[in-house]
Design a protein. Structure first.
Length: 237
């Protein structure tokens, strides 16, 4: 009998990958989950009440990742691109219904990330009760720095997180200010989705989010991790 080799209809292209400190291999990205309003001060600056509304989840496509400090083209259909610096964790193991006490062990590595947001589209979607995808899940919306494998202590629970635009400090807080810890985020997320190796989780941004323009240089950092540096460049013609 003739064997049928199943070929894809077209070349699906490479999976996005991230560099890892001290390792020759790269981390293949499967999905990107994000946490909204995980710092009380940011929830307030967005008009929310952190005492009444718990954090929540949304996603970006894996190919929104911007790796290796590449430039970010200013996206179309917005007049208000904004920065949101975040701790990003990269899962080396998956699972579902993970208890909080075991959740940290799923984390392979961590990095600095920026959840770029078309704030004007987000505000319009919120007002109309519509989804946020056009505001959050656009091309080049997820710059991520080099991954640092976690040690036996697991993912970071404290330390300064900050972001500067053209040298001006815009965001600064401590990871200890997160409403849900990394372990709590993973445990909660694993009740909603089957988590798997390759998943990235953006763990929420502190207050001080603000607008970006073509030509801006962004420096973002978290104590103990390699800073992320990227530039906003003119829109793709
Ligand atoms: C209001 C937001 O933009 C949600 C978000 O991305 C965050 O809080 O982080």
């Amino acid at each position: 009998m003739q064997s049928l080799a199943i070929q894809p209809l077209f070349d699906p292209g490479p999976r996005p990958t991230l560099a890892i400190v001290g390792r020759p291999e790269r981390f293949p990205v499967r999905r990107i989950y994000c946490v909204g309003r995980n710092y009380a001060a940011h929830a307030r600056e967005m008009g929310g009440d952190p005492d009444r509304e718990p954090p929540f989840f949304f996603q970006k496509p894996a190919d929104a990742v911007v790796a290796d400090g590449a430039d970010v083209p200013y996206p179309p259909r917005t007049d208000d691109l904004q920065h949101e610096v975040e701790l990003v964790v990269a899962l080396g193991r998956g699972g579902r219904n993970i208890p909080v006490a075991e959740a940290g062990a799923l984390v392979f590595a961590q990095a600095v990330g920026i959840d770029l947001t078309r704030r004007d589209l987000q505000a319009a979607a919120r007002k109309a009760g519509k989804p946020w995808d056009t505001a959050k899940a656009f091309d080049h919306s997820a710059p991520v720095g080099i991954l640092h494998p976690v040690g036996p202590a697991g993912p970071l629970t404290r330390g300064r997180i900050w972001l500067a635009v053209n040298g001006d400090r815009r965001q600064q807080a401590d990871l200890a200010d997160m409403t849900w810890s990394v372990a709590e985020v993973i445990a909660e997320l694993s009740t909603l989705f089957d988590l798997a190796p390759g998943d990235l989780i953006f763990t929420g941004t502190p207050s001080g989010v603000g607008s970006l323009l073509p030509g801006d240089r962004i420096d973002a950092g978290i104590d103990g991790l390699e800073p992320l540096v990227t530039r906003i460049v003119p829109p793709v013609a």
